[in-house]
Design a protein around this ligand. Structure first.
Ligand SMILES: Cc1cc2nc3c(=O)[nH]c(=O)nc-3n(C[C@H](O)[C@H](O)[C@H](O)COP(=O)(O)OP(=O)(O)OC[C@H]3O[C@@H](n4cnc5c(N)ncnc54)[C@H](O)[C@@H]3O)c2cc1C
Length: 402
């Protein structure tokens, strides 16, 4: 086909209508790029996953004009608590140490499907944006001028051409497989059980984000909505059968709730956890972002944080390439920066957090060493700010804006 002019259906197609795909597409569409989001499911999946947006990602939402709506639909929170279950030690601090250092010194809590939904609604109102729900990428091929994608949707098979593809189709990414990239790393033997549950955790002494540190009954307890819905995530050993996890849930709750009763389950889902990263984040006209590029266990809430920073760095880069003729090789800088951040920062910290919360580092001196920086954050404002800055260090700017 080389030499013939390509009839592009879109400038950029984002495969995957999770938060990464929708946020990247919104940035591109607002810049004037003709985009399409392709999502296999009929709606944005709403399984219990990311719920916390760290303060450091709020500038990026603000730039897209959606921070205020995210705050309205979700809610703002500032406090953290680490609770050492065996000793009862409570280590508490809040985000006030960031005042004067950022315009938004707080986190937002809302379900990731709601964040993606805000972006979806903005895109629906834009003439240069399409969304195809119920449509899966089957395969893709690229040459020097274009990427040709084959989609399976309500109307059957369709073949479309675009200039660039963003693979934002999650951990099992078809895009990543289609361009032959490895997904190197490891899978943890344990499983996480993520539950959304109505319970008076605050009355039981929990902060709005509480990390319960224990070698057997570690948990992450986070308030989700003002009407009393909370996320309680705990871990199960691999020897327990996954299909019966619901039978064990009431017993597990005994360890996190005063008296273990007075709860109403909203939903629950088991997850395998991984530390995995694609061998590269760019192959020609195809780039990866979000879980398609990297996955981590969720202790600390760095998975989508890293994915949002991917989207924030990617959309201005692609917009400059498509609209202003910027050098496409700028995508290599995007790809290398984001991969380095995952490997050097996201994954090691999330792994250490899992060791702390769910294994208590085996107790003893190792646990004490891990608790000391948290205690310092609780007693010293500068140490607190320094600790809170970790989530800012997951950001890289677009190479066109560096
Ligand atoms: C229990 C739990 C709690 C978490 N909490 C946090 C948190 O608080 N903070 C945080 O930062 N992260 C958290 N994470 C991680 C976070 O959920 C992920 O990083 C996030 O979902 C990544 O978003 P994404 O858009 O990249 O991928 P996904 O959300 O996986 O979206 C990918 C989309 O692509 C679609 N798709 C797949 N294949 C195709 C195809 N062939 N064609 C078209 N569409 C396709 C899927 O249907 C899906 O909608 C948590 C994860 C878990 C499991």
């Amino acid at each position: 086909m080389r030499g013939l002019p390509v009839n592009y259906d879109y400038d950029v197609m984002a495969i995957g209508g999770g938060p990464t795909g929708f946020i990247a597409a919104l940035g591109l569409a607002q810049a004037g790029v003709k985009v399409c989001v392709v999502e296999a499911e009929d709606t944005i999946p709403d399984s219990p996953r990311a719920a916390v947006y760290h303060w450091s990602v709020l500038d990026g939402l603000d730039r897209l004009g959606i921070r205020e709506e995210a705050e309205r639909i979700g809610f703002v929170k500032r406090d953290y608590m680490w609770l050492v279950k065996k000793t009862g030690e409570e280590i508490a601090y809040d985000l006030s140490a960031l005042e004067g250092y950022t315009a938004f010194p707080y986190n937002i809590h809302l379900g990731q499907h709601q964040l993606a939904g805000i972006a979806r609604d903005r895109l629906l109102a834009m003439a240069n944006a399409d969304i195809r729900f119920g449509t899966s990428l089957v395969t893709l091929a690229q040459d020097a001028e274009s990427v040709r994608v084959s989609l399976e949707g309500p109307e059957g098979t369709e073949f479309l051409a675009c200039k660039y593809v963003i693979g934002a189709d999650g951990a099992g990414s078809m895009v990543r497989k289609a361009v032959g990239l490895s997904f190197d790393g490891m899978t943890w033997p344990e499983r996480f059980i993520a539950t959304n549950v109505f319970h008076e955790f605050e009355a039981a002494g929990c902060a709005l984000s509480t990390m319960v540190i224990d070698d057997q009954w570690g948990a992450i307890i986070v308030k989700l909505t003002e009407d009393g819905l909370w996320r309680c995530t705990y871990m199960e050993g691999p020897e327990l059968p996954e299909r019966t996890f619901m039978d064990r849930l009431p017993d597990a709750y005994q360890h996190f709730m005063a008296q273990g009763h007075g709860w109403k389950l909203d939903r629950a889902a088991p997850y395998r956890m991984h530390q995995r990263c694609a061998g590269r984040f760019r192959v020609g006209r195809v780039v990866l972002a979000g879980d398609a590029a990297h996955v981590t266990n969720p202790t600390g809430g760095y998975g989508l944080t890293t994915g949002l920073f991917d989207a924030y760095a990617l959309w201005p880069t692609l917009a400059a390439i498509v609209l202003d003729g910027a050098d496409p090789n700028l995508l290599d800088i995007y790809a290398d920066d984001r991969r380095r951040i995952y490997l050097e920062r996201t994954s090691p910290r999330a792994t250490a957090n899992k060791q702390l919360v769910f294994h208590a580092w085996g107790g003893g001196a190792k646990l004490e060493r891990a608790l000391e920086p948290l205690r310092a954050m609780a007693r010293d404002r500068d140490a607190c700010r320094e600790g809170l800055m970790f989530v800012k260090s997951l950001e890289t700017v677009s190479p066109v804006e560096a």
